[in-house]
Design a protein around this ligand. Structure first.
Ligand code: HPA
Length: 279
């Protein structure tokens, strides 16, 4: 991992990012940026202005870092993310986590768009991650042990924080969103899966599949942040329904589900604020 890139990225952020640790970090994947009501942001910084991050090459990822206040909380939100399949290495993928860690953030919500595998899911549903499977076999922690990223062999018995996931469940109740709980399988992308791969992931216990989130969750959890993961099911995975898959279909579904995603995010932040004040 090229730590000089992390140092350069941190140095490029204005001092307001480090004045007060954000109460919550958000990394918002495909289509989720449109679901965030930001009001008057304290900071809006395009990814292109952050060394080592660079503009997202994927449609549906705005590529902006936002700092804003909501319900008395300070939130640092990455609208969009970089992916392993973009071919720029791990640094841009995990840089948001490292910057949040350096800002002092202790709490992180990571969102994505995912294909549904479980018969209990349908497009438009939301799923809180109970756990993940990493059949891609790639891992951002391969390489020298990084300062601040935990031990050589990090425990992964509970990557996704039960309390934070519970706040998402309560927020879903408040907003009448149907929120499932399940296991997310991470693939490298950029190909969608084959039907045979999806059958294999189903037999491994996966409920949904996607090309993100797990690398960031691995690093954030190892670094001691409490992490929650949230998927918008945008399509049924390969071979389950429909003759083919496309990114356009994924984005169209997130546009349809945006009001529910927005209500859930908003209520989650409200519940987080209440939790902070009541302990
Ligand atoms: N597979 C992988 N990633 C995805 C999918 C899918 O079906 N849908 C949205 N992201």
């Amino acid at each position: 991992m090229n730590t000089a890139l992390f140092d350069a990225a941190a140095a490029a952020l204005p001092s307001c990012c480090f004045r007060q640790p954000p109460d919550c970090g958000l990394i918002l994947g495909s289509g989720w940026g449109q679901a965030l009501q930001t009001g008057n942001a304290l900071l809006r910084l395009p990814f292109a202005g952050i060394p080592g991050l660079g503009a997202s090459t994927v449609v549906g990822h705005a590529g902006e870092l936002l700092l804003f206040e909501r319900q008395g909380l300070r939130i640092a939100a990455f609208l969009g993310r970089r992916h392993w399949y973009e071919g720029a290495g791990w640094e841009p993928v995990v840089l948001p986590v490292e910057l949040l860690r350096r800002m002092g953030t202790r709490t992180l919500l990571i969102t994505n768009a995912a294909g549904g595998i479980s018969p209990n899911l349908k497009p438009g549903d939301l799923m809180v991650l109970r756990d993940h499977i990493n059949p891609a076999g790639i891992n951002p922690l391969i390489g020298p042990v990084m300062p601040g990223w935990g031990p050589r062999f990090p425990d992964q018995s509970k990557v996704y924080d039960a309390g934070l996931s519970d706040l998402l469940r309560k927020a879903a109740c408040d907003t009448d969103a149907s929120l499932f709980e399940g296991v997310y399988a991470f693939t490298s992308g950029p190909c969608y899966e084959t039907p045979a791969e999806i059958r294999a992931y189903a037999s491994m216990g996966a409920d949904a599949v996607g090309m993100s989130t797990v690398p960031e969750a691995i690093v954030a959890h190892a670094a001691g942040l409490r992490v929650a993961g949230l998927s918008c099911i945008t399509n049924m995975a390969a071979g389950i329904s429909g003759p083919h898959l496309s990114h356009e279909e994924v984005l169209a579904q997130t546009r349809k589900t945006a009001p529910v995603m927005a209500a859930l995010l908003e209520t989650f932040l409200a519940r987080l604020a209440r939790e902070r004040w009541t302990g």
